[in-house]
Design a protein around this ligand. Structure first.
Ligand code: CP3
Length: 343
């Protein structure tokens, strides 16, 4: 069985943990930048199945990762719902802000499904390419943003602050409408991930990038309960497909999140003390992406420390957050070689 799926399914450690990196395809790779320049727009790549599949394969060919994550973005769902998203070169995403009372599209609307169809075609095309290029041990990961993180972008529109204050205020001031929005997003995420699985995703990851800013008393309502519903619905239809939850910055809430949602894998950011997490699922991540920008010897040391800490526990090597765009490709290769004990 493919190493990534083996660990997630059996929850048994492998002597050499599987390795892949969040944002492993992207701007730190010159081949990606060249295509980005040629195509001219982010959606022109992400919603083009041939380009998206090609970009997904780039880090696999370059670094022999154990998993490919479909090249796309978490903001496809808000975009398909009607909060149009634009990516301008060198800047963050520009999201058309949700207006109170606005009707959002859902999987019951043809336009919503049609907007997202190229993502599923990209998944099918990526499976074909992985097979054609004989990457028989590479697992294909699908993903979605989690409801809270997607709501953050929709409720803040352009120019959010680091705490997405406008989203937090909306939740407080319009509790019913906020709950309805989270429910609507939960349904959309369930549909989206199921379609990705039907198209060939062998595991899925739920990115809750802004879980860390949620006040303690709201963590269950905004983060854990929606994730629990998503996992339960996926498991009811696809019990064999592993689900990785990544409530970034969850701190003291990581354990309860893992227990309640029943995820197979738990992505952890760099601030978590991975040795102290008492969970029965597989752990993933924890290396700070900044380490790849600093001293090479320190990088080697930090990787070996994590490997040592996780020896005998089911673990997937990854970063605590996405690869930073200034990262040198040679450092990514070095990371993979260190994990595989070739250095
Ligand atoms: O991991 C992968 O290699 C798969 C592709 C992927 C992208 N975005 C490609 C991308 C994935 C899994 C994401 C997830 C994503 N997108 C998250 C969750 C993970 C995280 O980083 O917390 C979030 C919050 C977003 C939203 C988003 N998309 C932002 C804030 C930005 C701009 C800033 C940035 O960090 O790049 C994007 C754009 C984006 N998504 C790029 C890529 C390669 C860069 C676009 C470009 O070429 O200009």
């Amino acid at each position: 069985m493919k190493p990534l799926l083996c660990v997630l399914t059996t929850k048994e450690p492998l002597a050499i943990p599987p390795v892949w990196l969040m944002r492993q395809a992207g701007r730190y790779m010159p081949v990606y930048r060249a295509l980005r320049e040629k195509v001219g727009s982010f959606w022109g790549m992400a919603f083009n199945p041939a380009h998206a599949a090609e970009i997904t394969l780039q880090p696999i060919r370059a670094f022999q990762m154990d998993a490919a994550i479909l090249f796309s973005d978490i903001l496809t769902i808000p975009h398909a719902m009607g909060c149009t998203v634009e990516f301008k070169a060198g800047e963050g995403p520009e999201v058309e802000k949700y207006v109170s009372g606005q009707t959002l599209l859902s999987a019951a609307d043809q336009n919503f499904c049609e907007t997202l169809e190229p993502v599923f075609e990209a998944m099918r095309e990526t499976r074909r390419k992985l097979a054609a290029e004989k990457f028989d041990n590479v697992a294909l990961i699908g993903f979605s943003g989690a409801p809270w993180t997607l709501a953050c972008y929709m409720l803040c529109g352009n120019g959010h602050d680091k705490n997405f204050t406008a989203a937090q205020n909306f939740a407080k001031n319009h509790p019913q409408e906020f709950t309805a929005l989270i429910d609507k997003l939960t349904d959309a995420v369930i549909w989206y991930l199921k379609e990705q699985i039907k198209a060939g995703a062998e595991a899925v990851q739920l990115f809750d990038s802004w879980a860390g800013i949620v006040p303690r008393e709201s963590f269950n309502a905004y983060i854990t309960t929606p994730a629990q519903k998503i996992v339960a619905s996926l498991k009811a239809e696809f019990p064999e497909v592993p689900v990785i939850g990544f409530p970034r910055g969850a701190a003291t809430n990581y354990e309860a999140y893992a227990r309640t949602t029943k995820v197979d894998g738990l992505g952890v950011d760099e601030s978590a003390d991975i040795t102290k997490l008492d969970v029965s699922c597989v752990l993933q991540g924890n290396l700070s992406p900044e380490v790849l920008l600093g001293d090479e010897a320190v990088q080697d040391k930090k990787i070996k420390e994590i490997l040592e800490k996780m020896r005998g526990r089911p673990y997937i090597f990854n970063l605590g957050h996405g690869v930073i765009k200034e990262t040198d490709e040679a450092r990514v290769q070095r990371l993979v070689d260190t994990v595989r004990q070739k250095l």
